[in-house]
Design a protein around this ligand. Structure first.
Ligand SMILES: Nc1ncnc2c1ncn2[C@@H]1O[C@H](COP(=O)(O)OP(=O)(O)OP(=O)(O)O)[C@@H](O)[C@H]1O
Length: 300
């Protein structure tokens, strides 16, 4: 069995849907999301055209002799979940790094809200409104939940206490952290809990929540359910649904076709660094997407 076949999981979407209260994905019928969202999903949908939130056109990236990406196209709209799929080495991580400014592209055009941009650094990506949650989550285990949420953007107390004595506004940060977690339906009983003691699922949601404090318009999630059991993965997928409702564009890297089926609107498949098909997830079988991933079909 190939490494890919071991890694790709087919068919858990139904189990997840059931574990998520038997709720089917909101794609059936009109978009339930953000009022300003330019798209709606499902059968008989009305597709409103407008500039995508993010568009990649002909993006290429080479590492020495390795052509990691070749003429790759990708589009994502507000309030849309696009799954980025592919075999090991297909170029998914490289594409995420290109979008997040870690590894700028050699060639091609990136458009943000209809305007060509150059994302040369992670800071530029963040300023545009692009957040990335990597698999390692980059949480500090010894810090508590609130401290992790505000890591790198700590707030000082208002007035002289902050200016002169440089005191942190711990209470204010905890209150905002609690508001943010509640708004996202994330249950963490005590914000003073060190994140080391949280479950893998809770850690993932804390990392996503931290990314959201920067008020991004697009968020890239690198295999957010990879290390999780079914109930925990279900919470994370609920959170992805919530992001869509808020009008955020989500790029979801996953090897789990069940997750993709449960939550994604569109799937973009990469194969050997090139596009190998775009699929409207609700109306496409897992087998068809799987075939594109492993190269059994060519959809370039
Ligand atoms: N920094 C680098 N230097 C040299 N080659 C690289 C570098 N980063 C990626 N590559 C190569 O680029 C190709 C695409 O790799 P990438 O990690 O983007 O694929 P992937 O789809 O994310 O794979 P996986 O699912 O295994 O993480 C691979 O052949 C990889 O070896």
């Amino acid at each position: 069995m190939s490494r890919l076949r071991r890694k790709i999981v087919i068919g858990t979407g139904r189990a997840l849907a059931l574990s998520r209260g038997g709720r089917t994905h909101p794609r059936s019928g009109l978009h339930r999301g953000h009022a300003a969202s330019p798209r709606s999903r499902g059968e008989g949908e009305v597709r409103v055209t407008g500039p995508p939130l993010l568009a990649l056109r002909g993006v290429s990236k080479r590492f020495g002799a390795v052509q990691a990406l070749k003429d790759v196209d990708l589009e994502i709209h507000e309030g849309e979940v696009v799954a980025l799929l592919g075999d090991n080495g297909a170029g998914k991580s490289t594409l995420v790094k290109v979008i997040s400014g870690v590894t700028p592209a050699d060639k091609g055009v990136i458009e943000w809200q209809g305007r060509a941009v150059q994302i040369r650094t992670p800071r530029i990506a963040r300023r545009l409104g692009i957040a990335t949650v990597y698999q390692n989550l980059a949480l500090c285990d010894d810090l508590d939940v609130a401290e992790n949420l505000f890591l790198g953007r700590e707030r000082r107390c208002p007035g002289v206490r902050g200016r002169l004595f440089r005191l942190m506004d711990t209470g204010g940060m905890r209150r905002e952290a609690r508001g943010q977690l509640d708004a996202l339906g994330i249950r963490v009983p005590d914000l003073r809990t060190p994140v080391a003691t949280l479950s893998a699922g809770q850690r993932q949601t804390v990392a996503i929540s931290r990314a959201l404090l920067g008020r991004p318009k697009a968020i890239l999630l690198d295999e957010p359910t990879a290390a999780l059991g079914v109930p925990q993965a279900s919470h994370v997928l609920d959170l992805v649904d919530e992001l869509r409702e808020q009008g955020i564009g989500v790029i979801l890297i996953s090897h789990n076709l069940g997750d993709v089926k449960a939550v994604a609107d569109e799937a973009a498949v990469l194969r050997l660094g090139r596009n190998n098909g775009f699929f409207h997830v609700p109306t496409t079988s897992q087998d068809r997407i799987f075939s594109a991933m492993v190269g059994a079909t060519t959809n370039a």
